[in-house]
Design a protein around this ligand. Structure first.
Ligand SMILES: NC(=O)c1ccc[n+]([C@@H]2O[C@H](COP(=O)([O-])OP(=O)(O)OC[C@H]3O[C@@H](n4cnc5c(N)ncnc54)[C@H](O)[C@@H]3O)[C@@H](O)[C@H]2O)c1
Length: 339
């Protein structure tokens, strides 16, 4: 019986309890209307450790978890997303799946077909859609307050690189990091990226180049109206984790991420803004957005709202990331396939 029909709170399951799964588990425990949170992980002991630290319970297996919950959060390694999303949908559960749907677009498409055929409800984890600054930028743009956009610049920089072993399996800087900028480009403007031209560099640890990735990259994106957007990323931003998106229009300019904690300093004499402590990682930068994302999933699971980020949305962003990786490899501009 559903939680609503039984007059009780939601029981949520989190599969995959590493970096982001542990955060989702803690947020789920603290979300109003959630009664219990069950955890499972392929690594022996991992779910138990995280359960003890966040106030959740460890399930004996994924199968046991699926039989007890009202909604499933998939936060396992990317390669496991297709199998776990299918399992959740086949069990009749609403699913919140971390981005991406699958390691690349070709392996994502059968998952989309499966979800559609089963009538499944799957929300994807692009948390910037819940960030206060991005929400305000989207509202202002839709209200015409910026006029028509002539340029967009979006940057995501980590303070320091993750382990090289992770980078070897990440799919590359555009798929791993810039996919969030590519998602908000579409979500903010309502336009598609039709062409992308990318460049990358390796001026840091040569091991990053040795595993086939770059430590810094930029992509020039042409949107469907002809609007130009530049997306940049780096693994070596000593100033702190830096996420900013600048929307420049015929009537005004808005910058998301320009607050006292922004990882920039002014070169102008006497200017002291921003001055606060910068965010060390994405976890602190988007802490509120991750909480709001899980709360939204609970509303979706109770049938109280529309899906805020569909698998098709996530695949559309991944399509641009794949094209950027291809442009990086060949040096040539790449047209982004529409479907
Ligand atoms: N939205 C975001 O901002 C954001 C940030 C970081 C990671 N992610 C995504 O979250 C996912 C996990 O990333 P992470 O950094 O937490 O990785 P991680 O390596 O820290 O954790 C992954 C966990 O999944 C477990 N796991 C792997 N396969 C499994 C399976 N079949 N069943 C159960 N458990 C399994 C591993 O044992 C591990 O504990 C990735 O898909 C990544 O793209 C999203």
């Amino acid at each position: 019986m559903s939680a609503a029909a039984a007059g009780r709170g939601l029981v949520l399951g989190v599969v995959g309890t590493g970096r982001i799964g542990a955060m989702h588990a803690r947020n789920a425990v603290q979300t109003p209307g959630v009664e219990r949170v069950l955890l499972a992980d392929a690594l022996p002991g991992q779910a138990e450790r995280v359960a003890a630290s966040v106030g959740a319970e460890a399930a004996a297996s994924v199968a046991e978890l699926l039989g007890q919950v009202d909604g499933l959060l998939v936060a396992a390694a990317t390669a496991a997303h297709p199998e776990l999303v299918r399992a959740g949908v086949d069990a009749g559960l609403p699913v919140l799946c971390e981005k991406p749907v699958a390691p690349d677009v070709p392996s994502s498409l059968p998952v989309l077909e499966h979800v559609a055929a089963a009538g499944g409800v799957v929300q994807m984890g692009h948390q910037r859609r819940f960030d206060a600054g991005y929400l305000e930028a989207r509202r202002a743009l839709a209200a015409g307050e910026l006029g028509w956009l002539h340029s967009v610049r979006s940057t995501t920089c980590d303070a320091s690189p993750p382990p090289v072993a992770f980078l070897a399996t990440s799919g590359g800087l555009f798929r791993d990091v810039s996919v969030h900028d590519l998602d908000v480009l579409r979500w903010l403007t309502g336009e598609e990226v039709v062409e992308v031209w990318a460049r990358g560099s390796n001026l840091g640890d040569p091991e990053i180049g040795a595993v086939g990735d770059v430590d810094t990259a930029l992509a020039v994106c042409t949107m469907s109206s002809g609007l130009l957007a530049v997306v940049t990323a780096s693994r070596y931003n000593g100033a702190g984790h830096d996420v900013r998106t600048e929307l420049q229009g015929s009537k005004g300019t808005l910058v998301v991420g320009l607050d006292d904690r922004a990882a920039v300093r002014s070169a102008e004499p006497g200017v002291t803004f921003p001055a606060g402590p910068t965010h060390p990682t994405f976890a602190e930068r988007f802490a509120d957005a991750y909480r709001a994302e899980v709360a939204a999933f609970c509303e979706l699971a109770r049938g109280e709202r529309e899906n805020p980020c569909t698998p098709a949305d996530a695949v559309a962003a991944s399509r641009v990331a794949d094209a950027a990786q291809e442009s990086l490899r060949t040096g040539a501009p790449v047209r982004v396939p529409a479907t």
